[in-house]
Design a binder for this molecule. Structure first.
Ligand code: ADP
Length: 648
């Protein structure tokens, strides 16, 4: 049941202000002897000075309690105000019965013979004021029963003040006086109704106020019915008195008319209520039907069971999954869906779920077996949800058969193991072959050098051939070494918190010679600072080094290199870019350049072995990212790569 105390703030605020203004006007009337301000209409009872003060105190006390100002300090002041009003009310009430010498009624005004009002607060006003005072005083009490009692005291006040108001409406002096000597003024009665109703809204869920303030259909009906019925009855009663007073109809005819009009009012209201209830009922039916369809269409088996495991409801997917016919599962125990060897464990899980009922998943990390009617066992994933019903907590289980997924997982795991072992073999092969190849290359080189040294008089043509051989062997040795490094990338490396800015600075200082030689300008765009990330540090350094090195190397002959390094954050990734003003790359080579040993130029044009970008690709992928290039011939190139912003 939802109650929104803040919803009533405008009403509470407006009533409070209205009463304060009325009180001030009445006090003004008393001070300056302007009767009309105290009586509203000549001949009517006046609102007493003390009543006006009390009403002002009470309104302030109430306004200080409205939730927006629910501060301890305000509550404290409110208590002082309400206590004062209670005191004035209670004293006046007691004094009415005991002729006490300390006359509170003449506290502010001495009795004035020329002034025709009496000063005595009527006992029912005094009672109401002390009642409202007490109720506001205790409105924020911690104990609920105190607040409840106060709420009912407020309701009694509303009733008394309403009776007086009806007396004024129908011109019944007895009701105004309520068989006591002094009368309650008409505006006092209105103020007391407003005050008691709005004060009761400080605790909107309590007492009769709770019937009107909730959001359920019953509350809505109460609101609609009560106020229309009240208006109808008041009007019918008024017409009855009016017709009687002016002798328009006989008493019998008048009462018959009153009875008939009551019947008509009641009938109209019943009609309205029944159509609202019917509409709500139809909506409920439609919602139920929709829910039933959702349940039936769900890709899960849905099983509703009680704490003891008795099955109440299942959808058709359940019957299909477990191989039962309609009706075979209802009122049986869920244990029949669990293989015997797992029952005890499953019941333990259910018990622990019931100890702290909140949505729980099973079968994601652990194995949960289920039992079909034909005795076959299959793996499931199950989500248990507590459902609150009038008969206590029930358990709704969403069951999915994960046989196919498990089978796929097994295949994938098997393939993964195979792949890992193949990879290991390959790495081993790469390592051994590169390593073993180095040895004969070294021997070859040694012999070439020996030949050159030992036979200085060799034919120049032979010497020339030896030089070519030496260069080729050296190149091959470098290639083999790069291959070895490529294979080793990321092996046994650990993620460490790496400062990218620092890495870039280190690379720039390592490359300072070639930067100077090429008269290159390198800027780091500091719109977004290169971040600190968890990365394979030396690999990331190599990546930056390769890209910056290439950006300088593939420069235009007659233009000084200008290189810009930038970084930006995109959901879960960091994207880095190294942009140059070099020779650029044709779009058709965008993919190829990242393959190992792929070059677009001859060694004589630009030195290199075509392994740098292959390394970069592998490093970006090791960091969960990718690398690509944006370029056009003659227009420079921008190499971009991403790395995952991941925690180890
Ligand atoms: P290498 O630099 O040893 O040739 P890479 O793998 O680093 O090998 O680069 C492969 C090819 O990509 C280079 O041969 C070159 O043609 C092209 N390339 C790389 N970087 C750039 C660049 N910044 N501007 C133009 N071309 C580039």
């Amino acid at each position: 049941m939802a109650y929104h105390p803040t919803k009533y703030l405008p009403f509470i605020g407006a009533s409070g202000l209205l009463i304060i203004i009325t009180g001030i006007v009445v006090m003004f009337g008393w001070v300056y002897h302007i009767d009309i301000l105290t009586t509203v209409r000549p001949g009517y009872a006046a609102m007493k000075f003390n009543t006006a003060i009390s009403l002002i105190l009470l309104s302030n006390a109430m306004l200080l309690l409205i939730p927006a100002q629910d501060k301890v300090k305000w509550v404290y002041i409110s208590k002082i105000f309400s206590a004062l009003a209670f005191f004035i009310g209670a004293w006046s009430f007691i004094q009415f019965f005991m002729n006490h010498s300390y006359n509170i009624n003449t506290l502010f005004f001495s009795h004035d013979e020329n002034h025709h009002h009496d000063f005595i607060m009527s006992p029912h006003t005094a009672f109401c004021i002390s009642g409202v005072g007490l109720s506001i005083f205790l409105a924020k009490a911690k104990r609920i029963y105190l607040r409840k009692i106060c709420q009912y005291v407020l309701h009694v006040t509303t009733l008394i003040a309403f009776a007086v108001l009806v007396g004024y409406l129908y011109g019944v002096p007895e009701l105004q006086k309520l068989s006591m000597m002094s009368s309650m003024a008409v505006h006092t009665s209105i103020a007391l109704i407003l005050l008691s109703v709005s004060a009761s809204l400080i605790n909107p869920a309590l007492g009769i106020t709770g019937i009107f303030t909730g959001t359920m259909i019953g509350h809505m009906m109460a609101r609609r019915l009560f106020f229309s019925l009240l208006a109808g009855i008041l009007l019918a009663g008024y017409l009855r008195i009016f017709s009687h007073r002016y002798g328009l109809v006989s008493v019998e005819f008048g009462i018959s008319l009153l009875t008939v009009s009551f019947c008509v009012i009641t009938l109209i209201l019943i009609w309205i209520v029944s159509s609202i209830l019917n509409r709500a009922h139809r909506r409920l039916q439609a919602a139920k039907e929709n829910l039933r369809r959702v349940v039936e269409a769900a890709p899960y088996a849905l099983v509703m069971s009680d704490k003891a495991g008795m099955i109440y409801e299942v959808n058709s997917k359940t019957k299909e999954m477990f191989g039962y016919k309609p009706g075979e599962l209802k009122y049986k125990n869920v244990a029949m869906l669990v293989p015997s060897y797992f029952r005890e464990e499953w019941m333990k899980k259910r018990t622990s779920f019931l100890e702290s009922p909140a949505v729980k998943h099973y079968g994601f990390d652990d194995e949960i077996p289920a039992l079909r009617k034909d005795g076959t066992v299959f793996p499931i994933e199950i989500v248990l949800t507590p459902i609150k019903t009038d008969d206590g907590v029930k358990i709704l289980s969403f069951v999915s058969d994960i046989t196919a997924r498990k089978a796929n997982e097994n295949i994938i795991t098997k393939q993964l193991i195979e792949l890992q072992s193949k990879n290991q073999e390959l790495e081993q092969f790469n390592y051994i072959s590169s390593h073993d190849l180095q040895e004969p290359l070294r021997t070859l080189l040694n012999y070439i050098q020996l030949l050159e040294e030992d036979y200085p008089d060799l034919n120049p043509e032979v010497l020339e051939h030896l030089k070519v051989m030496e260069a080729s062997v050296k190149r091959m040795s470098t290639v083999v070494r790069s291959l070895l490094d490529f294979g080793r990338l990321g092996r046994n490396k650990k993620l460490v918190l790496t400062d990218c800015r620092q890495i870039i600075n280190d690379v720039l200082s390592d490359l300072s010679t070639i930067i100077k030689q090429n008269n290159a300008t390198i800027v780091i765009n500091d719109e977004e600072q290169p971040p600190k990330v968890y990365a394979y540090e030396s690999e990331l350094r190599q990546l930056f080094q390769n890209l910056i090195n290439n950006a300088i190397k593939f420069r235009k002959k007659d233009v000084d290199p200008f290189i810009e390094i930038s970084c930006k954050r995109i959901s879960g990734y960091y994207e880095f870019a190294v942009a140059d003003n070099g020779i650029g790359i044709d779009q058709k080579h965008f993919e190829k350049i990242f393959d190992i040993f792929q070059r677009l130029h001859k060694e004589s044009e630009f030195a290199g072995h075509g392994i740098g970008l292959a390394n970069c690709k592998k490093i970006a992928e090791m960091h969960g990212g990718k690398i690509w290039v944006e370029s056009a011939p003659g227009r420079g190139s921008t190499f971009k790569f991403t790395i995952l912003n991941f925690k180890p």
